[in-house]
Design a protein around this ligand. Sequence first.
Ligand code: T4K
Length: 370
Amino acid sequence: MQEKILVTRSSMPSLDEYVHEIESLWDSHWLTNMGAKHELLREELKKYLKVDAIDLLTNGHMALELVLQILNMPKGGEVITTPFTFASTTHAIVRNGLVPVFCDINPDTYTIDASKIESLITDNTVAIVPVHVYGNICDIEKIDEIAKRHHLKVVYDAAHAFGETYNDRGIGSFGDASIFSFHATKVFNTIEGGAVCTKDKALIDKMFVVKDFGILDQERVTEVGPNAKMNEFCAAMGLCNLRHLDEEIEKRKKVVGKYRNLLSSIPGIKICNIQDGVKSNYSYLPIVVDEKIYGKTRDDLYEYLDENGVGARKYFYPLTCDFECFDNQFNCYELPVARFISERVLTLPLYADLPVETVEMICRLIGDFS
Ligand code: T4K
């Protein structure tokens, strides 16, 4: 039987390249706690991402959770954010004792609708946490302008936007800070991993301490922090993957081009456009199924693809505000666009080595089913 085609597949260097990269660890016996590979990767990523300062962490979630901790906003403070995201974004807010206030999304980019942010600001608002979802870039100028006028912090969840630029500026250089995910499923992976980027060097100095239990030196513990350090094996994977990244993104671009070409003729299937001024990383391929035109619902199509060995995913359904763990304690109203998209979106398989014939087969299935 043919193997199922999953929504993505981790990029990996050759085994030889990875083994060569980790060999020195057998001499040093230095496996974690900000070792040589961690520091080298940090330097290389600072250049690649075009940012002023960066720190590496165990994963993207801890990067977001800890940056919100370090910004030290009052407990109970309200954070305007999007419900159309992965669980991590909302959990990072809630786990900091902050209150998510959900804003609707833009119908074309699926990012937070910046024109609706201001009406949600109250005396308790402390920050905005937008998400560059699927690598689509938020309305940065408008968000920046609102945040300045209302003295709010802005932390971008850029988990999907690794390596992207907006008007030639690294996407991690906007707002008070941005976080990236280097999870196995991402364009750039360190197996598990993540980073925080910012102009604020003091924030990075603090992160270096907070992510290591708040230990400043052998006799002083100055922060209450978890263990969120990236280890040397993960950093080594990052060093290898970074060497091949541009080539991987080029291959993804071709896969996306093929999808775009074949799907554009199927009525009722919508794909987002690449935005002006954005250098894309081609990280995800979301389609939105308009059942009135396509004739079948997103869920019908999901099932049909699954029966035919194609593992598309409903990223992002349900909206995070509807998660049972929140038990309706946060506002879930006035999110018509987010609800519309979340109920109709399907993320198709996308990775650098996805064969053209497979893309053709997936598009044929989608076309034939309508
Ligand atoms: N903010 C946003 C907006 C995010 O999307 C995420 C993570 C975060 C923050 C937090 O970043 P991290 O703390 O994770 O660094 C996956 C990922 O686990 C998660 O990182 C990602 N977003 C989310 C969108 O997708 P699942 O539960 O869908 O993963 P899973 O295990 O079902 O894997 C999906 C597919 O990937 C599999 O079908 C096959 C492929 N895969 C998976 C793994 C684990 C591989 O090829 N290799 C692998 O090792 O969450």
